[in-house]
Ligand binder design. Structure first.
Ligand code: PEP
Length: 251
């Protein structure tokens, strides 16, 4: 049995006061949740404040990126020990916005992944095709290539630190969600790829999240799919009410 994960990616939103208020509201509605793991990924500036708000609850703090070196002259970067120090249990890696706007590649995602699996953190590794790749019918090849690149060097022993997030780029922030059937088809293909690389047992244990305009209106149907183990939520996690409805999905 795979424990579902509902993760909120706050992106570049929320001042300290707003972050505290959102964390408190999520805590009020989700602190007793045991059917899934609830993850909050505020911006770096709000990590400590959100950590304080959710201390003592099962809510998990996550960061939106991390650098692979532990310390040094890397202006603007944040290290794994710093994330551990502030209370993170998870870090999001390879989000399509990092790839699109900040030059992230499969190779740099892989360097981050390799560093994270050596630590006590887990990583949500994002993959997904663009609209033109989907329209050209090459999405399976693109996803296989991203998986091979991002997970290069991993072993079945370290792979449990990885949570995958299938996020078709054409569905992120666009309001255009993949249908549950389209998402399920890709999730099954990802699990199949994992089985070929790491063996069936590892593939069956791997949590694979869907991301891309997940909302209260579509979460239930998505979660009914056998290979969808949760959601990475952007826009709909910025308000407690909609995020909590997603956390309390029905299936
Ligand atoms: C995301 O940021 O990972 C995401 C899926 O965003 P949205 O839910 O807004 O599409």
């Amino acid at each position: 049995m795979r424990t579902p994960v509902i993760a909120g990616n706050w992106k570049m939103h929320k001042t300290l006061a707003e972050a505290r208020a959102l964390a408190r509201a999520v805590k009020a509605g989700a602190a007793e949740v045991s059917h899934c793991q609830v993850v909050l990924a505020p911006p770096f500036t709000a990590l400590a404040a959100v950590a304080e708000e959710i201390r003592g609850t099962p809510l998990i703090l996550a960061a939106q990126n991390v650098f692979w070196e532990t310390q040094g002259a890397y202006t603007g970067e944040i290290s794994i020990p710093m994330l551990q120090d502030v209370g993170c249990g998870i870090v999001i890696l390879g989000h399509s916005e990092r790839r699109q706007y900040f030059g992230e590649t499969d190779e740099t995602v892989n360097r981050r992944v390799k560093a994270v699996v050596k630590s006590s953190l887990r990583a949500i590794v994002c993959i997904g095709e663009t609209l033109s790749q989907r329209e050209a019918g090459i999405h399976h090849e693109v996803i296989s290539q991203q998986l091979a690149g991002a997970l290069d060097g991993l072993t079945p022993q370290t792979s449990w630190r990885i949570i995958l997030a299938y996020e078709p780029v054409w569905a992120i922030g666009t309001g255009r969600t993949a249908t549950p059937e389209v998402a399920q088809e890709v999730h099954a293909a990802i699990r199949n790829w994992m089985a070929g690389k790491f063996g069936g047992e590892t593939a069956q244990a791997m949590q694979i999240l869907y991301g891309g305009s997940v909302k209260p209106e579509n979460i239930d149907d998505l979660m009914r799919q056998p290979d969808i183990d949760g959601a990475l939520v952007g826009g709909a996690c910025l308000e407690a009410q909609s995020f909590l409805r997603i956390v309390h999905y029905h299936c």
